[in-house]
Design a binder for this molecule. Structure first.
Ligand SMILES: NC(=O)c1ccc[n+]([C@@H]2O[C@H](COP(=O)([O-])OP(=O)(O)OC[C@H]3O[C@@H](n4cnc5c(N)ncnc54)[C@H](OP(=O)(O)O)[C@@H]3O)[C@@H](O)[C@H]2O)c1
Length: 320
């Protein structure tokens, strides 16, 4: 079968099309003939070599989110899965392939109304958005700022906050065109990357969901209301500066909270329950899966170039 491998860490040119044997699903796994494969931000970070210290090696097959039809099952897996269209999570790799293996507890049936591309756009991002807002104890009537709103997690957080009754949903983004698209998804205020949104923007926020982190992160603490909560769900701009903790303590009198959230702390059953509801809602048109572009699997180099250039609004989906 055709697969994409990271032959050399570094630029997207280090990705290559390779021919691999079709894997046999082990006990507890299913084999999925892929129709759609999501290109995640973490795939580009792994490809760059930045995570080599965490055990990622050249030869790694990137990708974690796939959708397609179950063609075989391993020992102890109900054979009635065979022939069903599913979304599946393969982990931190193994997705950029024509036939992917996934643990049975990490697959979910696709409603007939949902495309495979929509499923790999919503599957992971939607649950991070849901549980990120829950971690922040978001309640209707509160003001929310989504920092780094133009990616998969941000787009879903904007929609869920708006549907959840937020009094305002502000977003940071790098262009007015993206701002307009985010407004159509539920954003009420568009700020630049530094958080400046002019006189119209709320003076403070009850909840900040931060996908970005990086050097500018401490300045967003200043935008929290008293008792406000900032939750970091990503770090696309790298780690915050070393004095971040000092900046939190300097705002002591605001009684604010800072937390990180990772979907790794949520059980597969709870993730599946939320994904199932979101897939159904997307099938009914209540939430939108924003697919940036469909590209053939062997165009993975182009997909990664576009990701590196910051051109992507939503998700690129590879179609094997
Ligand atoms: N918490 C979890 O369980 C979980 C699960 C999966 C992934 N993640 C993490 O989530 C992140 C990826 O999320 P995503 O795919 O939604 O994000 P993304 O698309 O990679 O980035 C989101 C947006 O951030 C803005 N941005 C990029 N670089 C920036 C910079 N240097 N400064 C300010 N803004 C910048 C860009 O929008 P503009 O150009 O419009 O500003 C970009 O579209 C990764 O850090 C990944 O590790 C977390």
């Amino acid at each position: 079968m055709k697969a994409i491998s990271i032959q050399t860490f570094g630029s997207p040119d280090g990705l290559a099309v390779v021919d691999l044997p079709v894997p046999a699903p082990a006990a507890g796994q299913v084999l999925i003939a892929t129709e759609a494969v999501g290109v995640g931000g973490v795939d580009t970070v792994i490809r760059s070599g930045a995570l080599a210290a965490y055990g990622f090696k050249e030869g790694h097959i990137p990708g974690g989110e796939v959708a397609g039809t179950v063609t075989a099952v391993g020992e102890d897996v109900d054979v009635s899965w065979i022939g069903r269209r599913v979304w599946g999570f393969t982990g931190t790799g193994g997705g950029y392939v024509e036939q992917a293996v996934a643990p049975v507890e990490q697959i979910l049936p696709l409603p007939g109304s949902l495309s495979a591309a929509a499923a790999v756009t919503l599957g992971s991002s939607g649950s991070v958005a849901h549980f990120g807002l829950r971690h922040a104890r978001f309640a209707p009537g509160e003001t929310v700022l989504v920092r780094g709103a133009a990616g998969g997690i941000g787009i879903m957080t904007v929609q869920l906050a708006a549907r959840g009754g937020a009094a305002a949903v502000a977003v940071t983004t790098s262009s007015s065109e993206r701002g307009e698209r985010l407004r159509r998804l539920g954003a009420t205020h568009v700020l630049d990357r530094s958080g400046d949104g002019g006189k119209e923007a709320p003076a403070g926020y009850d909840v900040i969901i931060d996908v970005v982190a990086g050097e500018d992160m401490p300045s967003f603490l200043d935008r929290l209301n008293p008792n406000g909560r900032m939750v970091a769900v990503g770090a696309v701009a790298g780690q915050p500066p070393a004095d971040f903790g000092t900046r939190i303590m300097a705002a002591f009198r605001k009684s604010m909270s800072f937390a990180a959230f990772s979907a790794a702390t949520v059980t597969p059953a709870d993730l599946s329950a939320v994904r199932g509801k979101q897939f159904a809602a997307a099938g009914r048109g209540e939430i939108e899966a924003v697919v940036h572009e469909l590209l053939p699997l062997d165009e993975a180099v182009l997909a990664h170039r576009k990701m590196d250039a910051g051109e992507v609004f939503g998700r690129i989906v590879l179609t094997p």
